[in-house]
Design a protein around this ligand. Structure first.
Ligand SMILES: Cc1cc2nc3c(=O)[nH]c(=O)nc-3n(C[C@H](O)[C@H](O)[C@H](O)COP(=O)(O)OP(=O)(O)OC[C@H]3O[C@@H](n4cnc5c(N)ncnc54)[C@H](O)[C@@H]3O)c2cc1C
Length: 367
């Protein structure tokens, strides 16, 4: 029977990042149910790289990823264009900023990041779409930016393949193989594959697969709208992305208009097999319009011309799950990247790879 050191289930950003960090240090096979990698949540996101977040662990991962993202293009293994582009970002609070925001600003400044306090005049200069907005508090982070998930994921996968990893698409993992209480491989639509370690980087499908081995890891996918507005003169590439954090509204310039989200969340598990993107329903545009009227009056009434819903998958405490399963030996996770897989994915893959390789080191040949 075929076997490998590390078998990764899923070739989204999580699987790609893990493969990049493990390839060359162990034999890696990544299996993807879609006919191409990076086709699910990793193709449905808003592309914003954000370090200004409430959770300390997420902030740490985002800071490490930001540093790596900005340097990737110079990496000897990097093939292709630079995935990250600096645009600057405004993080605003409609009401008084919560304590975590002041802490995050301090923490980021302590790490050397630029975090400016914004007054109304400077806000209008930097982000003209917000010129008539009156947030109670706003910060500007000139080093934040956007990342093209496809360019990032493809570059990571190509680098991993260049170091010997194998990527197989159109192969669906149906369950995990267990022997003497340990995960020893997977059953796939094309037959079994054995492995010293199986890593679930399967996004919204992860919980169901983990259950086949008795894992108690819980992951909940939540659908969110992303809506593209009609063209608008203020939507030029220099406009920073803007997030009204407490109001749940973000926007960034895209395709001559703005890509906006009302930050909605509706629990929705995907069907088995590829295809998690969803259609816009009436609630998404209505909620977005309402929030634009309240917080970004300059864009009030701007019509939407399309959009989609995508699945963000969270653990119960919204922290990522990186490393060995607490109950099932041989099973590892890079999961629960929620709404921060682009911002944190590079560092999440690095952390998971180190945990995986140190767990395997005593027992595996050649690692
Ligand atoms: C609307 C929206 C906006 C977002 N905006 C941002 C943002 O601005 N910034 C940010 O940092 N993050 C953002 N995100 C989050 C980010 O996109 C995700 O965190 C990230 O893409 C998750 O990557 P993943 O690899 O875990 O999941 P996925 O990309 O879903 O990859 C999982 C892969 O596993 C495969 N798979 C599943 N089951 C099996 C199986 N049984 N056999 C074989 N293959 C399998 C799937 O086909 C899929 O390709 C957003 C997400 C959404 C939906």
């Amino acid at each position: 029977m075929e076997r490998t050191d590390v078998l990764i289930v899923g070739a989204g950003l999580a699987g790609a990042s893990l493969a990049w960090h493990v390839a060359g240090r162990a034999d890696v096979v990544a299996l993807e149910q879609g006919d191409a990698p990076l086709g699910e949540a990793s193709a449905q996101n808003a592309g914003m790289v954000r370090r200004f977040v409430s959770g300390a662990e997420e902030r740490e991962l985002a800071c490490r990823s930001h540093e790596r993202l900005a340097a990737l293009h110079g990496h000897p293994d990097w093939v292709g264009a630079a995935p990250f582009r600096r645009t600057g970002a405004v993080i605003a609070f409609a009401a008084r900023a919560p304590a975590w925001a002041e802490e995050a600003a301090q923490d980021l400044r302590g790490r050397g990041a630029i975090v400016e306090d914004l007054d109304a005049g400077r806000l209008a200069d930097l982000a003209p779409a917000l010129a008539d907005s009156r947030p109670a508090r706003a910060f500007f982070l000139p080093e934040e930016g956007v990342c093209d998930a496809w360019t990032l994921g493809q570059g990571l996968l190509r680098g991993a393949i260049g170091r010997g990893a194998e990527l197989r698409c159109s192969v669906r993992v149906e369950s995990l193989r267990i022997r003497a209480g340990r995960v020893v491989g997977v059953e796939t639509s094309l037959g079994p594959v054995e492995a010293d370690a199986v890593v679930l980087a399967a996004g919204a499908w992860g919980e169901a697969l983990g259950r086949t081995a008795g894992s108690r890891v819980r992951l909940t996918p939540r659908a969110r709208h992303l809506l593209q507005t009609r063209e608008h003169p203020l939507a030029n590439a220099e406009h920073p992305w803007c997030w009204f954090d407490d109001a749940g509204l973000y926007l960034r310039p895209e395709a001559g208009g703005f890509l906006c989200s009302p930050c909605d969340e509706v629990e929705r598990f995907p069907q088995p097999g590829p295809g998690s993107i969803g259609r816009v329903d009436d609630s998404g545009p209505a909620l977005t319009q309402h929030k634009l009227e309240s917080h970004v009056p300059r864009l009030a009434g701007l019509r939407m011309r399309g959009g989609w819903t995508g699945l963000r998958t969270f653990s119960p405490d919204r922290r990522p799950i990186l490393g060995e399963d607490g109950d099932v030996p041989g099973l590892f996770w890079v999961a629960g990247l929620g709404g921060f897989g682009l911002s944190c994915g590079l560092a999440a893959g690095a952390v998971a790879a180190d945990r995986l390789l140190s767990a395997l080191a005593p027992c595996a040949d050649g690692i």
